[in-house]
Design a protein around this ligand. Structure first.
Ligand code: UD1
Ligand code: CA
Length: 452
């Protein structure tokens, strides 16, 4: 069965009170429309037709070829919206799913159930998802005949007092027989409100003796976002789903409520996430790591057995057993080798620190290559920027950089060289030599040094 989907996204989203179109508001790092498209992609064989109107440029730019677009210039109702989509649905499509772009919690699993329901009976014209709720306000009511068969969906404004009491409600999610939809949608009349109601198709199918089937939808799945309170509530559900997936896959999350993990993040088993941690983008975290409390990791690769405490990591890399924090900052291009220790208030940008290097306190290392087992004394700074150019600092293996050293780049400190406390190093220091003073003078390695 070839299935396609229509996603309605032409509404104004007035209640968001935003300059951004409603469906472009992000939830856990992805625009609302992205979640809607993700729900239909696994159960359809063609890109969905997105009915766009208000703010369509942003929607088209974001989704690109993941969608086919149909414009609805005037908001003349849900029936009119799907009518705009019909010409964009390929002739060989058998079934058409209709969803709303503002239901970010809808899952492919729920749509797959809808499809199974639809496919179970060849006379079915419409399969639809319903909910039963004590508060029916705003929903179309499902009207049934005495024998229980669906007779119509009655919009709230058109309900009789008896119909207003119905608690079985229309979610707005359907699967239509494509041929039947093509034949009947254009004949839906204008309502008293001047709109074309998609829901009118239900009474039409019933009067033609076609089968209409319903299934209960999980309440979460059909949650519609109309304002920013709804946005936060929907996001909380999405976050919870993601965190639970990780917990069930072997990650310890101490406080799921205060943990923010975006969908694409990968985390290895036996890693522990402490409260207040935010993991975003294309981040990969290995096994047996400790993340947090209160750390943010964005687009970064963290190997096994790393520790990140009260720190911010962006577009950076940490090899096995590396640790940072409290209050460290790895910026773009920072790479800590195995067992590197970066302690309080350290910042690294565009630099590699070799295995076993230590940078315990108050240092900035930028545009640098630091060898293995280098000790970077408290307060050391690579002066990498002269106001115009960035220059590079190279520090050889086993070098010892004294506290408060200023490395005025470009500069190279040879392997096993040392700098004295407070040195301002403006020229290269040969391997094994010692540099001290302001500006630093170089002294060749002394026999006494060798003894220590
Ligand atoms: C609709 C259903 C109602 C159901 C409810 C569930 C109809 C006539 N009624 O009512 O039975 O209980 O959804 O939420 O279908 N849209 C367009 N173009 C339009 C009109 C709407 O793209 O011309 C989009 C909107 O952006 C929105 C969605 O369709 O995402 C629903 O439209 P709305 O007018 O809010 O329908 P409801 O009155 O809520
Ligand atoms: Ca509405």
């Amino acid at each position: 069965m070839k299935t396609s989907a229509v996603i309605l996204a032409a509404g104004y989203g007035t209640r968001m009170k935003s300059e951004l179109p409603k469906v472009m508001h992000p939830l856990v790092g992805r625009p609302m429309i992205d979640w809607a498209v993700r729900a239909v992609e696994p159960v359809t064989q063609t890109p969905p037709v997105i009915v766009v109107g208000h703010g369509q440029a942003l929607v088209r730019a974001y989704l690109g070829e993941r969608g086919i677009y149909a414009e609805q210039h005037e908001l003349l109702g849900t029936g009119h919206a799907v009518l705009q989509a019909l010409p964009r649905i390929a002739d060989d499509v058998d079934a058409v799913i209709v969803t709303y772009a503002d239901m970010p919690l809808l899952t492919a699993a729920t749509l797959s159930q809808l499809l199974d329901l639809y496919a179970a009976n060849p006379t079915t014209a419409i399969a639809m998802l319903t909910i039963t709720r004590d508060n029916p306000q705003g929903f179309g009511r499902i009207a049934r005949r005495a024998d229980g068969a669906v007779a119509a969906i009655v919009e709230e404004a058109d309900c009789t007092p008896d119909q207003l009491l119905i608690r079985e409600l229309n979610t707005g999610l359907y699967c239509f027989d494509a041929a039947w939809l093509r034949a009947n949608l254009p004949t839906v009349p204008k309502s008293a409100k001047g709109e074309y109601y998609l829901t009118d198709l239900v009474a039409m199918a019933a009067s033609q003796g076609r089968t209409i089937v319903t299934a209960d939808a999980p309440l979460d799945d059909v949650y519609g976002v109309n304002n920013r309170v709804h946005l936060a509530e929907a996001e909380a559900v999405l976050r919870r789903r993601i965190v639970e997936r990780h917990m069930l896959a072997g990650v310890t999350v101490i406080d799921p409520h205060s943990t923010y993990i975006e969908d694409a993040v990968e985390i290895g088993i036996d890693t522990t996430i402490w409260p207040g941690s935010i993991l975003r983008g294309a981040t990969k975290i290995g096994k047996h790591c400790t993340i947090g409390p209160y750390s943010q990791v964005v687009d970064s690769m963290i190997a096994d057995h790393c520790r990140i405490i009260y720190s911010v990591i962006e577009q950076a890399r940490m090899d096995e057993h590396a640790e940072i924090g409290p209050f460290g900052h790895l910026r773009k291009g920072a790479h800590l080798g195995e067992r590197v220790h970066l302690g309080n208030f350290g910042e690294v940008k565009d630099a590699y620190l070799g295995p076993g290097a230590k940078m315990g306190h108050f240092s900035y290392i930028g545009n640098a290559e630091v060898g293995a087992n280098v000790n970077i004394g408290a307060g050391t700074i690579t002066c990498n920027y002269d106001g115009v150019h960035k220059s590079k600092t190279v520090i050889g293996d086993n070098a010892f950089i004294g506290s408060d050293t200023m490395l005025v780049a470009p500069v190279t400190i040879g392997r096993e060289a040392r700098t004295g406390a407070g040195a301002v190093v403006t020229r290269d220091v040969p391997p094994g030599a010692t540099a001290f003073g302001v500006p630093a003078r170089v002294k060749a390695k002394l026999p006494a040094d060798e003894a220590t």
